[in-house]
Design a binder for this molecule. Structure first.
Ligand code: ASC
Length: 626
């Protein structure tokens, strides 16, 4: 069984390197030197095994090293068989100062971002999660992992499981069936933005090559950061009058940011010299190619990410290979992941800025800063330049252009049905319901039920949620997407879309004006349990007769999260072939809280017995054997 190395922080910067690079990695990579200290034997062993035995002496050495691997340093020992990777996590509130401002953060084993899950395709991940939050429930979603055959471990409270109560331990167990860059995060209330999140990095199976070359691999998560607690925010959002969360105070890169302490109201809670908020440093060797895996888990902000003087070649999106294209800024929306290749081919005598900026909103949030440290320059030496300012927040054109540029790599196009069995158009509007500000989809604002759908449906308990399905469209003729909604027919409901098993469903996301005049916002939509083909993006009102003719039916990318641009539409295609109940929602934390989501169900009758560990709330109390 796999055991965690004691000092996870050392290995967390890296995903598994490709086998062909492992020898190289040990020799030069300054970050990996730390890894090599723990796992020198195993890396060498694999390297030797790859090249074949060279001499009897080296064979003896090899045998010794292998023994060392097995006895002492059991990490990083690779075999071709799928393995179990077993993690024990304790989730707890702790005081932390990720941007120099001290506040309560939800940490995993004392860390936020939490430990990176490192695995190889087809490995089984087991996470034993102890909820030590004292008075708060929790659930963790494995974002981008489709949970084929284990829909009950998707971690979506209210949809696939009851929450994990304080003091309880819950065991998640699932297979990571595809290589790629994924995320995990809380899926209970607005807990994600309290710091409960991390990366999942799945390397290809042994002997499988990827369609690009690189020397080293790094993972970073981008985030935005609020000083108010999630409770204060959630209370404001559901109050009359409505209290909006406003823009975040900081942007974090791999959990680190910098708030201007001189503007803090209470001086004692902000300490500009706290090492917790020194910028994230990515150390690189000049003349190499780095695969940078970037994920965004912002609560609100769409971001532009950029590395001063370095172009980035986009090669992966949400676990799928992209036909490579080069960018200076990568636009990334909450819930998305990308891999970019970066060549460290600039003047090696200095360091460079890596920055994030808010786009799509006229935010007051200062940029997030990290340092690209060219080895052997001192990692803390500030680059001699001012950080790049990023693109103008209000310019939609380059963001739209990037969306259109993301196509499937030509050698990895997944065959897909050319026509749908059903088309669902989802109009996104802001509405007032009973005096509260809500987000609605086809004028229905989503409410969570007390009993998770997966359990209610498996038991045919139809009284547990509204059985009238939500609408497949809206008033296409009369609704003006450029006007504020008239709010006359908005309702809230916990009803869901039931999809015919194995049917092909097109989902068209339609954006519209908010309740503020001349305003439409970007919404990143994330689907659980599936990847969708992204067939197209357009501006204005989707024309059901003509716009499908413009779909990309040649090389659409598959993704799990996609932006819906202001006043635009985004067209997706899925096959409903994964039995379970799956959330599809705006990944902006406050928007989902305000009702911006739907749930799809397919093939639940095909599922076997549900684990009793997911029960214990609503009408599932005391049930063990549905
Ligand atoms: O949900 C939101 O509410 C505010 C604004 O529309 C009303 O204050 C905003 O910017 C959101 O994204």
């Amino acid at each position: 069984m796999y055991t965690e190395p004691k000092d996870q922080s050392i290995v967390d910067y890296n995903c598994w390197p490709r086998l062909s690079n492992q020898g190289k990695k040990l020799k030069g990579d300054p970050i990996s030197l730390g890894v090599s200290f723990f796992s020198r034997g195993s890396f060498k062993f694999i390297n030797q095994r790859e090249r074949g035995p060279e001499s009897k002496r080296s064979m003896h050495k090899l045998a010794l090293l292998a023994l060392c691997n097995l006895l002492v340093c059991s990490i990083n020992f690779r075999t071709t068989e799928a393995r179990i990777r077993h993690y024990k996590w304790e989730v707890k509130y702790e005081y932390k100062s990720p941007d120099c401002y001290k506040k309560l953060v939800i940490a995993i084993n004392g860390r936020s971002p939490g430990p990176t899950i490192l695995a190889q395709q087809n490995d089984t991940i087991i996470v034993e999660l102890k909820n030590s939050l004292l008075t708060e429930n929790v659930a963790i979603h494995w974002h981008g992992i489709r949970q084929i055959g284990t829909p009950w471990f998707d971690g979506t409270e209210g949809v696939t499981q009851c929450p994990i109560l304080p003091g309880e331990t819950f065991k998640y167990q699932f297979v990571v069936d595809r290589p790629g860059t994924y995320l995990y995060h809380a899926h209970y209330g607005m807990q994600r933005e309290a710091g409960l999140y991390g990366s999942i990095c799945v390397s290809v199976a042994d002997g499988v090559s990827e369609p690009f070359e690189y020397d080293y691999d790094r993972s970073i998560i981008l985030n935005d950061w609020y000083h108010k607690s999630t409770y204060e925010q959630a209370t404001g959002l559901s109050s009359i009058p409505f209290v909006w969360v406003q823009e975040p105070q900081s942007l974090l890169i791999q959990g680190r940011g910098k708030f201007d302490c001189s503007s803090a109201m209470e001086p004692n809670v902000c300490n500009a010299t706290n090492p917790e908020c020194s910028p994230y440093i990515m150390t690189v060797i000049p003349g190499k190619t780095y695969r940078l895996r970037i994920g965004s888990l912002t609560a609100l902000s769409a971001l532009s990410f950029q590395i001063e003087s370095h172009n980035m070649t986009v090669v992966e999106a949400d676990g799928h290979y992209v036909e490579p294209f080069v960018v200076q800024n990568l636009f990334i929306y909450s819930g998305e992941t990308y891999s970019v290749l970066v060549k460290t081919d600039q003047d090696p005598s200095r360091n460079y800025w890596a920055t994030t900026n808010v786009v799509g909103r006229n935010a007051t949030t200062p940029p997030g800063l990290a340092i690209l440290n060219y080895y052997p320059n001192h990692p803390k030496r500030s680059p001699p330049t001012t950080p790049p300012s990023g693109p103008f927040w209000g310019d939609l054109n380059p963001r739209f252009a990037q969306s259109l540029a993301i196509k499937s790599h030509k050698n990895f196009i997944h065959a897909f049905p050319q026509t749908p069995d059903r088309v669902i158009v989802l109009l996104n509007t802001q509405n007032k319901i009973d005096g509260r500000t809500r987000w609605s989809v086809n004028n229905v604002s989503y409410n969570f039920p007390h009993t998770p759908y997966l359990i209610a449906l498996k038991q045919n308990k139809t009284h547990l949620f509204n059985q009238t399905p939500p609408p497949d469209g809206y008033d296409f003729v009369n609704y003006d997407i450029y006007e504020r909604p008239n709010n006359s027919n908005a309702t809230s409901s916990d009803s869901i879309y039931r999809l015919k098993f194995n049917s092909t469903v097109d989902i068209i996301l339609q954006n519209a004006n908010t309740m503020v005049e001349n305003n439409s916002e970007t919404h990143p939509w994330h689907l659980h349990g599936h990847d969708f083909w992204v067939l197209g993006y357009g501006e204005g009102k989707f024309d059901i007769n003509n716009d499908p003719k413009k779909y990309n039916l040649v090389n659409p990318i598959k993704k799990n999260t996609v932006p819906l641009h202001p006043y635009g539409w985004t067209a997706l295609r899925i096959i409903a072939d994964n039995p379970g109940a799956w959330a599809f929602h705006c990944h902006i934390e406050s928007h989902f809280y305000m009702g911006m989501g739907v749930v799809f169900e397919e093939g639940i009758e095909r599922l076997g017995k549900l684990p009793s560990s997911i029960m214990g709330c609503g009408e599932t109390k005391g049930l063990h054997n549905p």
